[in-house]
Design a binder for this molecule. Structure first.
Ligand code: GLC
Length: 656
């Protein structure tokens, strides 16, 4: 890029700066100077420089200036604070929490009323699943948006959102919202205009008059919902074949149209000015289509994300972008602006997303549990790509989607040098097949027991809690609790920003009732989208339920969160390395400041030899582990490396 702006750039810069009021002009102009020229370059690289493109660019610059000007003072203050501490979201005190508004608080006001609960749990980052005005009827849990500028009337109104964001901000909790970039609902006003034959809006979508191109694309496309929404195109009367990667009512936007970019970028800015501090960029992998490919992770999709990042960095630099790209971790470096091989020698390093879901780790946690193999997690940790400064992983155990097994195909084949495993067997295990299985999940979008796609179920049900309760088996229940605590112990010990999934903190089980509700029965993911049990959650929070499953799990999670909060070595960006053990059941994770976390993934006791490099050290047991599991007496006080770990036990140690 040239050091001096071209005439074009200079014109756009002036256009931008002169539209921002003098009080904020110097700051915003400096941000334009840092990011603007590259934004313009990327835009022209994507869209060329035809007259229509120029007009679109000008419209975007005007919109950016208007939003920069209108940004409320409280949010500007947040921008400034984050500039001073760009890795703020990776502090060891950062805990995420993911939930649907209606399942958690009923409405946005209901969520606001629960802010004290979230605070007491240690939550600093709240991802509320889609709450913008969704399509009537089926809407994929809100992921079919009909109006990005309005709150869903079932959840509240615009004023409620403003109250909630202010309340959260006061509590030090950042609100993360979904920005559904890949598609709109089929009743969005753009889609309606397209249906009416308006050429401007028809060009917002991928529309084909016949099956020729759709068939050509299908030859190399995958399927997200092969059972319930087979194929990637839907026939719409009067329009033709519309690209619909997900459900037929979710129309993929055509991001090769610059107008789409401008509309979505300005949509994002209107939301940031309402106090949304982070975006989960939904389905980012699918934004760009290319014949002969699987139309995922295309270079242009990254250019789009980098341009969106530049837009938010110029107008609202405190805002975080999180990529939802459910692909193997080794394919994620480009979402952080790195090259595909992880190399950082481009000037886009750290200029795409701040965060990305580590779905490889998530799925591997469950495989490791079923197969009783900590070595699989050691492999995943060893192969987790290094990230630029001020970026990190979103680590999690469960979310509102199924556990997609496909991210682990290479590991399953033994491709990481470790013993292979059978994903179909794992999926059957979590679906409760076989005498050995304690799990009560269900396979998702899989045809037959050999075809693997995903698994549904709450963490508690997958770990065996629901089954043990149904059988009234107290010993099995304790074992299941230990498994759930173990998995969260790993998530909380890993590098990244860990997010709890609503209800896991009280071991909430499956919502089996979904299958009797005609509105939800056709979508298996509702199994793990229960309503919060507030009587139980409040009882656990006030410690009146200590001697129950929810109480024990809740206390263990709270304790780990509290210890993490005061341990710098567990910062999200502190180093992480897996230790080597001969017994494949064991997992050891070394973090910063002499922190070592040990986990036994097996249902048998396992001896834990001290790695030679650590033999002379003395250790402090950070979790006072007797309280976290009832498997073994405390073995040696707080200066000993444990000689053995009980079934599914964990230890967090720090060099004394
Ligand atoms: C994301 C969401 C998922 C949704 C899909 C389509 O993957 O997490 O729930 O079905 O996008 O919007």
């Amino acid at each position: 890029m040239s050091a001096r702006p071209s005439n074009d750039d200079a014109r756009l810069r002036e256009r931008f700066a002169s539209a921002v009021s003098s009080a904020v002009r110097a700051d915003t102009r400096a941000r334009w100077d840092a990011r603007g020229p590259r934004l313009v370059d990327t835009f022209r690289m994507l869209y060329g420089d035809a007259p229509g493109v120029d007009a679109a660019l000008q419209r975007m610059v005007d919109g950016m200036a208007a939003c920069a000007d209108a940004r409320p003072g409280a949010l500007r203050a947040l921008d400034a604070a984050r500039k001073r501490d760009p890795a703020w979201f990776l502090g060891q005190d950062m805990i995420g929490y993911t939930t649907y508004v209606d399942r958690f608080g009923g409405t946005l006001s209901g969520v606001a009323a629960r802010v004290p609960y979230l605070r007491a749990l240690g939550v600093r980052y709240l991802h509320l699943l889609p709450f913008l005005h969704a399509r009537d009827g089926d809407n994929d849990g809100g992921f079919a948006v009909r109006d990005y500028d309005a709150v869903d009337p079932a959840l509240g109104d615009d004023a409620d959102l403003d109250t909630l964001t202010a309340r959260l901000r006061d509590a030090g909790i950042s609100l993360c919202a979904d920005l559904v970039l890949n598609h709109t609902a089929d009743d969005h006003r753009w889609a309606q205009a397209a249906r009416r034959g308006d050429p401007r809006y028809r060009a917002f979508y991928h529309v084909f008059p016949d099956r020729d191109l759709p068939d050509a694309y299908e030859r190399t496309l995958g399927q997200v919902f092969p059972q319930t929404a087979p194929g990637n195109f839907t026939h719409v009367d009067g329009l033709g074949w519309v690209w619909t990667t997900f459900y037929g009512y979710q129309w993929d936007l055509d991001w090769s149209n610059p107008e789409v970019f401008v509309e979505m970028a300005l949509t994002m800015l209107r939301l940031v000015n309402r106090g949304i501090e982070a975006f989960r960029l939904d389905s980012t992998a699918y934004l760009w289509k290319r014949l002969g490919t699987d139309c995922m992770n295309q270079p242009e999709a990254h250019a789009i994300l980098q341009a969106l990042r530049a837009v938010s960095d110029i107008v609202a630099p405190g805002v975080l972008l999180k990529a939802e790209a459910i692909v193997p971790a080794r394919e994620l470096p480009p979402y952080f602006g790195l090259r595909a091989d992880g190399a950082a020698d481009t000037d886009s390093a750290g200029r795409e997303c701040h965060l990305a879901y580590h779905s490889t780790l998530m799925a591997a946690l469950w495989v490791a549990l079923a197969e009783q193999r900590g070595d699989l997690l050691a492999g995943v940790i060893a192969q987790t790509p290094a990230l630029p400064a001020a970026s990190g992983w979103l680590t999690y155990l469960r979310c509102h989607d199924d556990i997609g097994w496909n991210v682990l195909r290479e590991e399953a084949a033994g491709g990481d040098g470790r013993a292979p495993f059978d994903l179909a067997r794992v999926a059957r295990f979590f679906a409760g097949d076989g005498d050995e299985s304690y799990a009560r999940g269900r396979s998702f979008q899989s045809a037959g027991s050999e075809h693997v796609h995903g698994t549904n179920g709450m963490a508690a049900a997958l770990a065996g809690i629901d089954d043990a309760i149904a059988h009234g088996d107290a010993a099995a229940l304790r074992a299941a609790e230990r498994r759930l605590i173990l998995l969260y112990g790993i998530v909380l010990a890993c590098a990244g920003l860990p997010a709890l999934y609503m209800g896991d903190e009280i071991a909430l089980g499956n919502d089996e009732a979904y299958a009797r509700d005609p509105a939800r029965a056709g979508e298996g993911r509702w199994l793990h989208r229960p309503a919060m049990d507030w009587a139980l959650a409040d009882a656990v929070a006030t410690r009146t339920h200590d001697d129950t499953t929810a109480g024990r799990v809740g206390a263990a999670l709270r304790r780990m969160i509290a210890v993490r909060r005061i341990t710098r070595g567990l910062r999200g960006d502190a180093p992480m390395r897996a230790l080597r053990f001969d017994d494949p059941a064991l997992l050891g994770i070394e973090r910063g400041d002499g922190v070592i976390a040990l986990f036994n993934l097996a249902g048998r006791e396992v001896a834990v030899p001290v790695p030679p490099s650590l033999a002379d050290a003395r250790w402090r047991d950070m979790l006072d582990d007797g309280r976290l599991d009832d498997g073994m007496p405390d073995d040696g006080g707080d200066s000993a490396w444990p000689t053995a770990l009980a079934p599914h036990a964990l230890r967090w140690l720090q060099r004394a």
